[in-house]
Ligand binder design. Structure first.
Ligand SMILES: Cc1ncc(COP(=O)(O)O)c(C=O)c1O
Length: 477
């Protein structure tokens, strides 16, 4: 007799449900026939009764079987008898495909934010509406008249690439040409294209620990083997890159060197040089994910690796998300032309390229007289919010939290000194009206929280931290 496979990654109840469905479709259990009781089937299959209960309830939810008190469980006549209509088994479909689900905490945060619009949001890693150039962008939209709304070049709207050539030279010291720029729908898509088009399942890559949480499942879904580069107060160390290469033949290094998410650190100048030296010695590509650099509060962002890269080791990724508006979904990549061509070709298959409308708006915004004052104002506002947050934490939790003050970016990375259960703290905080991201989402470090100060309104920061502090004290008892 068939038995479920205890070594399979598929849950036992699912295997049992599949088997019963199979037997029904082969006619072993005709429409209206009685199925074994849960207890009996559990004995036959040597599983807990609760596993069979789950399997039956899955089949019931699909309308394949019916249970009535007193007469047990039967194969549905409607489903398998008179009518040939069968509902697709969506449960099984959603377990297919190549995308792994996001970590549980991230799904919980998304759900809580959707359910309760009054939560004070220290979790969403983006600018609040008060920091985005909403008025300026609307003025640009009002003044713009679009003459062309057809498919465009999947590499990106030419005037935006032209504007970016000037922007990258002026603000980031990167001298490039339009043909080396690919427009993407945010840095997230640049990372996705790199993992899908330039790497192969089974390849080893190095990522920072801790690092940007939304890229972790993406790497895993692409079948990459991830090796971690510890981030200290000066960023990652080239020696660690070297030894990962020797041990695992890593194919690529992903780093976020300026005001890193989540730690806020920036890679020390000396280490930047050493990293580029190691990359050129090993012929190893570096992906420089640089969404935050222009938020440097003192107005002088660290030099990008790309500006120091004389041999073309660096794929540079930028975005409007953290310096203007994440909802524009405009990002870019600077890469050798062969790489750009390959990725643009993949774009053609995926979505025919980004809509020209946000690209036009972004190009106009970059070329406008609004851009520079917006950046100065953004830095000032971020600094103001950062200081409000730090003051509030020092007042509320002087002995329970430790952090390094970031010089740019949107986040504060806090060590919670007493040991605390991430999940309990998050649930307690949600109950009290505030939300943040538990540090364990970002890698191997436990006992941290990431507090994003760019998203809430300035006047929410002090009450938000009071709620967070009350939650922490409640969980600590
Ligand atoms: C380091 C880093 N890279 C990439 C992204 C993705 O940003 P977007 O796709 O909005 O440009 C984020 C967003 O939080 C990030 O923090």
């Amino acid at each position: 007799m068939w038995k479920p496979d205890r070594d399979s990654s598929q849950p036992l109840y699912q295997q049992i449900a599949d088997d019963i469905e199979r037997r029904i479709s082969y006619g072993e259990f005709p429409p209206g026939s009685q199925l074994p009781s849960e207890r009996k089937l559990a004995e036959q299959l040597r599983v807990n009764r609760s596993t069979v209960v789950l399997a039956y309830s899955e089949l019931r939810a699909l309308g394949i079987i019916e249970s009535r008190s007193g007469s047990g469980t039967r194969v549905s006549r409607h489903k398998w008898g008179a009518t040939p209509k069968h509902t697709p088994n969506w449960h099984r479909y959603v377990e297919g495909g190549s995308f792994l689900p996001n970590p549980l905490f991230l799904r919980r945060i998304r759900e809580a934010l959707q359910q309760d619009k009054t939560l004070i949001d220290f979790a969403s890693g983006e600018l609040g509406a008060d920091l985005s150039p909403v008025k300026e962008i609307n003025t640009i939209i009002d003044k713009n008249y679009t003459e062309y709304l057809g498919y465009d070049n999947p590499q990106g709207f030419a005037p935006l690439r032209e504007a970016l050539v000037a922007y990258l030279s002026q603000y980031r010291g990167i001298h490039t040409t339009e043909s080396s720029i690919l427009i993407t729908s945010g840095s997230q898509q640049s990372l996705y294209l790199i993992t899908q088009c330039l790497l192969t399942p089974g390849d080893a890559v190095a990522i920072e620990d801790p690092s940007y949480c939304y890229s972790l499942p993406m790497f895993q879904s692409a079948g990459l083997r991830l090796f971690r580069l510890p981030v200290d107060h000066k960023g990652v160390r080239s020696e660690d890159v070297y030894s990962l290469y020797k041990k695992h033949r890593i194919k690529m290094v992903f780093i976020n060197p300026n005001f890193q998410n989540p730690t806020g650190t920036f890679l020390d100048e000396e280490r930047r040089k050493q990293l580029l030296d190691v990359a050129s010695e090993l012929g190893l590509p570096i992906v420089e994910d640089d969404p935050f650099s222009l938020t440097a509060y003192d107005g002088s962002p660290p030099r990008p690796l790309k500006s120091m890269d004389s041999i073309g080791s660096v794929l540079y990724i930028g975005s409007f998300s953290k310096i203007a508006a994440s909802g524009l979904r405009v990002g870019w990549m600077v890469a050798p032309h062969t790489v750009v061509e390959r990725l643009a070709d993949a774009r053609q298959q995926m979505d025919f390229g980004l809509s020209v409308v946000p690209q036009q708006v972004a190009a106009q915004f970059l070329n406008s007289s609004y851009f520079q004052p917006h950046l100065s104002n953004l830095r000032m506002q971020l600094l103001y919010k950062r200081d409000l947050l730090i003051e509030a934490l020092q007042k509320e939790l002087p002995d329970l939290i430790r952090f390094t003050v970031p010089q740019g970016g949107l986040h504060l990375w806090c060590k919670v000194i007493p040991e605390v259960n991430d999940s309990k703290l998050l649930e307690e905080a949600i109950r009290r009206g505030v939300i943040f991201v538990p540090g364990s989402v970002y890698g191997s470090n436990s006992g941290y929280v990431r507090i994003t100060f760019a998203r809430p309104k300035a006047e929410q920061i002090v009450p938000g931290i009071a709620k967070f502090a009350a939650s922490l004290r409640a969980v600590l008892g």
